[in-house]
Design a protein around this ligand. Structure first.
Ligand code: GN1
Ligand code: MG
Length: 374
């Protein structure tokens, strides 16, 4: 850690010593180490680690073991998927060190280590000279992200999905998420129900189609695949020099899933005209040019392997993922904000309202959304 400021941010020198001890458990080169906070994820705590004399930095992450109850299985999934991707990237003549993540093993060979308190840590190689966006600045950029996630999908088409652990059961099971919301509303542990009646009703009125994708899977119409499940725009690293979408990151939730989840999460986050927690609801809209751009990029890479039913499920993915995130934020608000990191008192409620507004916008242009994918 460097300087007084960062020391304060981490709760003093003992914290600093602990972080250094954790880092030293991994196979890193010798040299003086600096550790700085990095990124804005809601779940894991992330640091950038530099080693004196090395041009690559490393990413150090504390895995949230309340969310991921088996961090070892998360790491096994990531290792299996990135090994498969590296092979594909090499065959295609690409650079595996920049186009996918590299897990740095601990000195005992495991892809994670545990500290004195039993917390789980991991290290990745940092992909330098890249950046990410929370919102795309043009359809062109978003189309490149669509290609990146489409490529990810295409390269994993022959990976046996059943070999992956389901690290968060029911992750995109929207009907189950709705049940969780109803349960939180019944319990109302923080006495917040009266404040969210309108939002709650809005969600429950959508129960009729919340099972659209899970039912498609059950009926055998939609195939189970390896999916990323958290395809936010800021999970794509863009090459700082060329602007190309280079590398898909945040592989925590790589699991067996449906293509529509991945398509939908991307549209929810990248085709919205406002951030996920926008407070001024009049700023929230759905950009159809962005939807078209993303669909174009995604289908160009992954379209050949899709059935007509699977293609038709994609816009439903956008609707369901937006509903689902709204439902999850609202549930967490009712429950007392234990899951998502919040930065202000009503943050989860604001996020929920923003998502439900976005969903309304999607419903208003549903025909155009469907046409954008065809
Ligand atoms: C969480 O931590 P982050 O930003 O990668 C969540 C996603 C949500 C997202 C909402 C494991 O992702 O599912 O869509 O917040 N990840 C998990 O911002 O729950
Ligand atoms: Mg994530």
């Amino acid at each position: 850690m460097n300087g007084k400021e960062s020391r304060q941010a981490y709760g003093g020198e003992s914290m600093e010593r602990e972080l250094l001890q954790v880092v030293r458990a991994f196979e890193l080169p010798e040299g003086e180490i600096r550790i700085e906070p990095f990124g804005n994820g809601h779940i894991n705590r992330t640091y950038a680690v530099s080693v004196e004399g090395e041009k690559h930095r490393y990413i150090l992450q504390l895995i949230n073991h309340h969310v991921f109850q088996r961090p070892d299985q998360v790491q096994e999934n990531i290792l299996a998927v990135t090994s498969h991707l590296r092979k594909k990237i090499r065959e295609e003549g690409g650079d595996p060190e920049r186009e996918t993540m590299r897990v740095i093993p601990a000195r005992d060979g495991k892809p994670w280590t545990r500290d004195g308190e039993g917390q789980w840590w991991r290290v990745f190689l940092f992909v330098e000279e890249t950046e990410s966006r929370d919102l795309p600045d043009s359809p062109e950029v978003f189309s490149r992200c669509g290609r990146a996630f489409g490529r990810f999908q295409r390269r994993l088409e022959d990976f046996p999905a059943e070999n992956l652990h389901e690290t968060i059961p029911n992750f995109h099971n929207t009907p189950w998420r709705m049940e969780q919301l109803e349960d939180a509303a019944r319990r109302d542990p923080e006495g917040r129900l009266s404040e969210v009646r309108e939002e709650l009703d809005f969600c429950l009125r959508r129960a009729e189609w919340a099972g659209k994708l899970t039912e498609g899977l059950k009926a055998g119409v939609l195939p189970l695949r390896v999916t990323h499940n958290d395809t936010k725009l800021n999970n794509v690293l863009l090459d700082r020099k060329t602007g190309e979408a280079l590398c898909v990151v945040d592989l925590d939730t790589v699991m067996p899933g449906l293509l529509a989840y991945d398509f939908g999460e991307a549209i929810r986050t990248g085709a919205s005209t406002a951030p996920e927690d926008e407070q001024n609801l009049s700023r929230i809209g759905l950009s159809l040019p962005m939807v078209r751009a993303y669909a174009g990029g995604f289908l160009a890479e992954a379209g050949a392997g899709m059935s007509p039913e699977e293609k038709k499920s994609l816009p439903w993915g956008a609707r369901l993922m937006t509903l689902e995130n709204g439902v999850r934020f609202l549930t967490d608000y009712l429950d007392g904000d234990h899951y998502f990191a919040v930065h202000r008192p009503r943050h989860n409620l604001e996020r929920a309202r923003a998502q439900l507004t976005l969903l309304k916008r999607m419903e208003e242009c549903w025909d155009e959304m469907q046409a954008a994918v065809e």
